[in-house]
Ligand binder design. Structure first.
Ligand code: SF4
Ligand code: SF4
Ligand code: SF4
Length: 205
């Protein structure tokens, strides 16, 4: 059911529903903890589709979440004003912003879902939304989902790599401490041998 609900959502990943992305909202609807009327990009058609799928009655959009969106927008950066802080890249759910620290940033218009999450992130207010040439919902939902999932995988991989580096550093420090204090020696014979070898190497001029 979660997959079927998710398949009906526009995938802009805009968080207007009150959830961090489309998939968590789909999970909440499937679990009965969120209404079917919380997705402004999906509009009235989205509510009707969710009602047909879940058997719930059609209701108006919840005003807490906004009004149905009938025009798509894309972000554009006033590039000479950009200070290269990378804050917009960090929040863009579809990796639609190109740039690097201290360098000008730019939006890849074709990948922008119009989520508007970059607007409040920019400290110098140099991002604006302009009308997109065509309505991106729901036709481009698969593209936005794909971009979002790719980004999530990349962030998870980076987090894993950082965790591994941290663990290796911890193990190295422990081995060094054990080499200088025998009471701290690791019980694993391989780790003990490694620590001894490192200690020997560090004493060699
Ligand atoms: S498009 Fe936005 S409001 Fe709709 S489900 Fe996805 S994140 Fe929520
Ligand atoms: S560029 Fe801005 S509006 Fe476009 S997808 Fe990224 S965060 Fe959303
Ligand atoms: S948040 Fe604003 S100033 Fe910072 S890199 Fe993005 S566009 Fe430039």
């Amino acid at each position: 059911m979660i997959d079927r609900i998710d398949a009906l959502l526009p995938q802009t990943q805009c968080q207007r529903c009150g959830y961090p992305a489309c998939r968590p909202y789909a999970e909440a609807v499937a679990g009965g903890v969120a209404g079917i009327n919380q997705c402004p990009p999906g509009g009235d058609e989205g509510i009707a589709a969710l009602a047909a799928l879940t058997g719930k009655p059609v209701v108006p959009m919840n005003p807490v979440n906004g009004v149905p969106i009938t025009q798509s927008f894309v972000a554009v950066i006033d590039e000479p004003v950009c200070i290269g802080c990378t804050k917009c890249i960090q929040v863009c759910p579809t990796d639609a912003i190109l740039g690097a620290s201290q360098l000008m940033h730019t939006v890849i218009e074709a990948e922008c879902s119009g989520c508007e999450l970059c607007i409040p992130a920019c400290p110098v207010d140099c991002i604006a939304m302009i009308p997109a040439p065509q309505l991106s919902m729901p036709a481009r939902a698969p593209q936005f989902r794909h971009r979002y999932e790719q980004r999530e995988r990349r962030l998870a991989r980076i987090a894993d790599e950082r965790r591994n580096v941290h663990e290796q550093r911890k193990a190295l420090l422990k081995a060094r401490a054990a080499a200088s204090d025998p009471s701290e020696a690791p019980s694993d014979p391989v780790a003990r041998a490694l620590a001894a070898a490192r200690a020997k190497a560090s004493k060699t001029p």
